[in-house]
Design a protein around this ligand. Sequence first.
Ligand code: ATP
Ligand code: MG
Length: 449
Amino acid sequence: MIKKFLKRVFRKSAKTKSVGNAQVIPFELHGVAREQISYGAKKVTDGLQAAGFQAYVVGGAVRDLLLERTPKDFDVATDATPEEVRRVFRRARIIGRRFRLVHVMFGEEVVEVSTFRKMIEAEDAQTDEHGRLLRDNEFGDQEQDAARRDFTANALFYDPTTQEIFDYHRGYADTRAHILRIIGDPLVRYREDPVRMLRAVRLSAKLGIELDAATAAPIAAMKGLLDNVPQARLLDEVLKMLLSGHSVECIQQLRQMNLHHGLLPLLDVILNQPMGEKFVMLALRNTDERLGQGKTVSPAFLFAALLWHEVLAAWKLHQQQGERPVAAMHAAMDEVLAKQKAQLAIPHRHDAVMKEIWLMQQRFEQRSGQRPFRLLEQPRFRAGFDFLLLRCASGEVDDELGLWWDEFQDASAARQTEMLQPEGAGDKKRRRRKPRKKADAPPSGEFPA
Ligand code: ATP
Ligand code: MG
């Protein structure tokens, strides 16, 4: 109470001052205390300042603290060159070729340190034929470093020693007013780097702040520029959206701006099928909740969910053409994965897990003999089961199946035996058609034909 009161009194009397072109906002106004900075970031700014350099916490962390959110990580900006930074710390390494950054390690924490950079002057700028910046790695000063950043809220420098914020673009006022505003001329800035349009969507959705009207206005007309962005970078940004903890808002925002077409080919297809849309939105909501509870989400699970209804459709088609279910499922999975790979560059490393999750879905139907026990032993049972629950929630399969597995996995041995269905109940038809020698022992990762 008293603290709050004092803060208010201080705020009234505190004033910003100007240093060069920067507004310097004192602690009494912004209220971000040195203690809110991570251990590693403080070590880095202290170490660099003791060595005679400037050093500030910068970017997303300052913005998040002003919005009373917990920063994901802390970045530091300095006038020291990467080599100079490395010399100050025992555990530091230079990374990156285009922009050389330094990673300073403190136990688990990695602090990314970047040297002030400037935007290359128009006549020297290397841009492609669409105006996209190909190079922006020239060293500069703090003011220039602020100007090359994307949004005013992302261009604030916090000095943990003096607890002052240096602001060149009215980012403090914007952040306080919950406005995300691009620095400079939006047309130029989006042309330089079209990914900024996606960042605008993601950050405003994630932070629950408004996109400034002039920042939002040109996006609809300029979205075609995203076609020139390398696939890997697009996927990176899409993944950041899906794993932001606010994926539902991100997707809604993307659709509102009509940005999702072409950007997310997998969503293009799926959002047009009523069942697919419900399933995907449930999966995203579920992901957001998990992240909100501090749980992890694997990208493979998310991709598996996004593509499920395509796999289902292809599977059906292959079966209609006379293929047996297992073979049809394998064909369907390969087909869908190949198509997505061409469009969205989903890395191959997720394939195995996605396939395991999909293949397990049929095995959940089999609830007799030894099969349910074998399924329980699958290392990815939990992911498969979570996936099954999503299918139940979306109305694709009966809730009863999810409830059965929910009980079965934790039941006593006696109760499990009691729960088993009579042998052959679920797969009579298929067995009659093609008896297996060992009907009870399907190869792992497959369901019996
Ligand atoms: P997040 O909370 O997702 O990490 P962030 O703003 O910290 O958000 P980063 O990708 O970590 O995002 O980038 C760190 C900082 O680098 C940003 O705050 C911004 O100042 C600058 N930046 C990042 N991407 C761009 C870009 N495309 N154009 C200009 N500046 C950028
Ligand atoms: Mg960041």
